[in-house]
Design a protein around this ligand. Structure first.
Ligand code: SAH
Length: 512
């Protein structure tokens, strides 16, 4: 906007939730989507930054223990400066901005400077961690109140403003934030003021994330237990009878794949869906793309097929990539699905079929066996003589489909719709996990994912790095490539889908 008088910035104080990136609010995501500047904390999950536009300026305002005051003033000044400069700013804060988040101070600074702001609440750590630990903060049979307390209050002074007497009497649940370093003192205070030393206590570290750790005990012994196990912040301390309900209600950190690290070798733009499936079982998916999808070297073959699309009898699509690239190019040429006319469409499996339906087309054919051989078996039942078939494919795809269809009498065009190439390097996080031998399982969803990993690491080094790592392959072709490279395949699902692969990995680890 050129009229700077009307162009005022705004600061959204957005609660990022406690860790699980699914726990941010819709409003929070909306704000991130339009952000020009994002100022984020160390407690806010960095994955949430993916909601921000690529061009947004990302500023890390992490503050880890200690030195808060000065940093806070700097952060306030930064928010004011960006707001006055007319920017749309998201201040992304762990949990809820107004619960031990110093959001109040940030707002005061903004108000004083005349910068408009909006507060988007978030799931605060006590609520998130308790839920994911299976501990109801209130329960009709045990307690009718819950108090959120800072564990830092009066750390350097004796005149704590907390009314320990009231906190200790009765059976209300108490949740301490920032209370791990002061754990012993705070537990002792509750006992001194009248809480039973046998009151159950749970410490929940990195609640709601795949790194969640829970340590339970009583007011009398939790500090010793925490010391013995070198329990570290950030964690909340939950005190009250409700903690015992965890034995019955635990659900998150008891999932079969909880705490398992699984490498996903799919192309970066496709890994997300698989990672989400694995995360639902509690696993940490580490993206390690060994493939990058790029345009064909020459568009001409595909373009001329697209120009005469309605002249084909069948369009055969055997992957989500083929669907995506096919329709993208169609659109680029100014066409849409109507160009297909009466050409029928075959999908290799349910996921491909779903992708096709996303373009308004109901596939005419899907084999029972979701792979190239299944497609051929279906076509073998028809009269293909002189039928025209279009099979857009990857540059390195197997020649099986076009060759066999031609043998059945079809006239097949198989233009390259995309190429699979090697990425420049593997992500640092994946290499680090492999080197630290902390990976439990690696997944291969196509032959090229395995072949490329071997090319990138060197065959011998790959075998060495994958020692003790379970190998999961999506199907027999991929498994064959694994074996040819010297890898033993531990997991292969009966169907060639990501859902079935996830089930197979789950089954493998539940038997361990
Ligand atoms: N505004 C935040 C709290 C910030 S204070 C909120 O509403 O949650 C920082 C403290 O929050 C940490 O010391 C820890 O006690 C708690 N905390 C934040 N994230 C946590 C998590 N994922 N698991 C357990 N405790 C967490």
């Amino acid at each position: 906007m050129t009229d700077s008088g009307r162009h005022s910035g705004i600061v959204y104080l957005v609660g990022a939730g406690p860790g699980d990136p699914g726990l941010i609010t819709l409003r929070g995501v909306e704000c991130l989507r339009r952000a020009q500047v994002v100022v984020y904390d160390y407690l806010a999950n960095e994955q949430l930054l993916n909601h921000a536009p690529a061009a947004a300026e990302l500023i890390y305002a992490g503050k880890i223990g200690g030195r808060h005051n000065q940093d806070q003033e700097e952060i306030n000044a930064l928010l004011v400066e960006k707001g006055l400069a007319g920017r749309i700013v998201v201040r992304l804060k762990g949990g809820d901005p107004f619960v031990f988040g110093r959001g109040g101070e940030e707002c005061e600074a903004l108000r004083a400077a005349g910068v408009p702001f909006e507060i988007v609440p978030g799931v605060t750590a006590a609520v998130g961690a308790a839920a994911y630990a299976g501990i109801p903060l209130t329960h009709r049979d045990y307690t009718a109140s819950v108090t959120l307390v800072t564990g830092q209050e009066g750390k350097d002074k004796d005149d704590s403003s907390i009314d320990w007497q009231r906190l200790s009497l009765g059976n209300g649940t108490v949740v301490f934030y920032m209370g791990i370093n002061t754990l012993r003192r705070n537990m002792d205070r509750l006992i001194e003021h009248g809480r039973s030393p046998q009151t159950p206590v749970a410490l929940v570290r990195w609640g709601t994330t795949s790194g969640q750790q829970v340590l339970t005990g009583t007011l009398a012994d939790i500090a010793d237990r925490a010391e013995t196990s070198a329990f570290k912040p950030p964690a909340v301390t939950i005190v009250g009878q409700v903690v015992n309900l965890r034995n019955k209600l635990r659900w998150f950190d008891s999932r079969t794949l909880f705490g398992r690290k699984i490498l996903v070798t799919r192309a970066a733009d496709q890994a997300g869906e698989f990672a989400a499936l694995l995360a639902e079982r509690g696993a940490t998916a580490i993206e390690c793309p060994t493939i990058r999808l790029v345009e064909p070297l020459d568009w001409a073959p595909l373009d001329s097929a697209l120009a005469e699309l309605s002249g084909y009898d069948w369009l055969v699509l055997t992957s989500g990539n083929a669907v995506r690239c096919f329709f993208q190019r169609l659109e680029r040429l100014g066409l849409d699905a109507r160009a297909l006319g009466s050409c029928r469409v075959c999908a290799v499996g349910p996921r491909t079929a779903e992708a096709i339906r996303g373009h308004g087309i109901r596939p005419d054919l899907m084999p029972a066996d979701y792979k190239a051989e299944g497609v051929l078996a279906e076509f073998a039942k028809m009269k293909l003589n002189n039928k025209k078939v279009l099979f857009p494919r990857a540059d390195l795809a197997r020649e099986l489909v076009p060759r066999e269809l031609e043998r059945m009498g079809a006239r097949v065009d198989s233009p390259v719709a995309y190429r699979n190439i090697l990425p420049d390097k593997l992500p640092a996080e994946a290499l680090f996990a492999l080197e630290k031998r902390s990976v439990d399982c690696i997944t291969f969803t196509s032959s090229s994912t395995v072949q490329n990993l071997a090319n990138m690491l060197g065959g011998d080094q790959m075998l060495d790095m994958l020692k003790g790592v379970a190998v999961a392959s999506i199907g027999p072709i991929t498994s064959k490539t694994c074996r040819a490279l010297g890898l033993k395949v531990d997991i292969e699902p009966p169907h060639y889908t990501l859902a079935a692969l996830t089930d197979a990995i789950d089954a493998f680890f539940s038997h361990q």
